[in-house]
Design a binder for this molecule. Structure first.
Ligand code: SF4
Ligand code: SF4
Length: 314
């Protein structure tokens, strides 16, 4: 089976992505990211990664997947839609708002499970193939690979955008040791639009395609472990975990396709809690509401800090 023609193997890999439940799949050759190297270096030099020290690590590995997976030949990128149903977006509309990606189950687990199914399908149909899956993982530049593989373009807000269904997608990569046919990048459809830049409350999008991570509300509410600097008071617009403003204003998200109820939909308890007037959160409530959620990553201390900071704001 290992002698299958490249185009046949490619077809099987794409079928495998579909079989596992991913919405889009694109492929690039596992090579050194030549264009990206100087950009990454200058971004790090400008210190726009804030206190995210881990971004400075794995510099070589981040630019070359062959340093991450022995014998790597292909990087398979996938997208998984998490656009909530309109009745669920209440969580991003109340006094304390939650980013859409965090409404339901922690996506790291969901994507990893799907990658297991995908790899199993590949080995069943192609033969012995070695692969390693990455989900939001420091050494892999997921948006760069997704763009290279033609899944979308990177918008001026630095998120990946699809023409048919907007930007509310999780990204993952499966690095494989087999050669596959590659997909080319697509055009950038941002045009003259600047809505995301104009709407960002902290001016974190310093110029088109450049996000100063240290000013972004997502970083301030999730990655930052210290107190949120008082300069950001009155700028948070109620975001308690992450921020969706630049995606909400993006015209391409008119085409976002809401998911049917699934693991990314919020529980009724969570909706009820965030629909109520603003209040603090206790440990017991936190553990129940966010049992399997990505929000657990900030721990109760992180979310309480954010809510307290917002309270000063409201
Ligand atoms: S997520 Fe929010 S703070 Fe960050 S760049 Fe977008 S609008 Fe600005
Ligand atoms: S809001 Fe406009 S500029 Fe920003 S990503 Fe969307 S299309 Fe591009």
């Amino acid at each position: 089976m290992a002698s299958l023609h490249t185009s046949h193997r490619t077809r099987i890999v794409k079928e495998a992505a579909k079989h596992a439940g991913f919405d889009y799949c694109g492929i690039s050759a596992a090579q050194f990211l030549e264009e990206e190297a100087p950009r990454l270096e200058s971004w790090l030099k400008r210190n726009q990664h804030g206190t995210m020290q881990w971004m400075e690590n794995y510099f070589d590995k981040r630019l070359d997947p062959r340093k991450l997976v022995e014998g790597a030949k292909s990087v398979v990128s996938v997208l998984l839609n998490y656009t909530p149903a309109p009745e669920d977006t209440v969580l991003s509309e109340g006094e304390a708002k939650i980013s859409r990606y965090a409404y339901g189950k922690d996506y790291h687990y969901v994507l990893k499970d799907k990658f297991k199914i995908m790899l199993q399908y590949i080995t069943e149909h192609i033969g012995e193939v070695h692969g390693r899956a990455f989900v939001d993982s420091a050494p892999v530049m997921d948006k760069v690979w997704a763009k290279k593989s033609g899944l979308g373009w990177v918008g001026k807000h630095s998120n990946i955008l699809t023409k048919n269904s907007g930007s509310y997608f999780f990204i993952g990569e499966l690095i494989l040791d087999i050669e596959l046919d590659t997909d080319g990048p697509i055009k950038d459809y941002c045009g003259t639009c600047t809505r995301c830049i104009d709407a960002c409350p902290t001016s974190a999008i310093t110029e088109p395609y450049q996000v100063d991570g240290s000013k972004c509300i997502s970083y301030l509410t999730i990655e930052l472990k210290e107190q949120i600097p008082s300069d950001f008071k009155d700028q948070m617009q109620g975001w308690a975990f992450g921020c969706d403003i630049c995606q909400e204003v993006c015209p391409w998200n008119r085409f976002a396709q809401p998911i049917n109820k699934n693991e990314f939909s919020p529980s009724e308890e969570l909706k009820k809690y965030f629909e109520m007037p603003f209040k603090e959160i206790t440990k017991d409530v936190f553990n129940v509401l966010f049992k399997d959620s990505a929000i657990k990553r900030t721990k109760i201390e992180g979310l309480s800090r954010n809510l307290a900071f917002l309270k000063k704001d409201v």
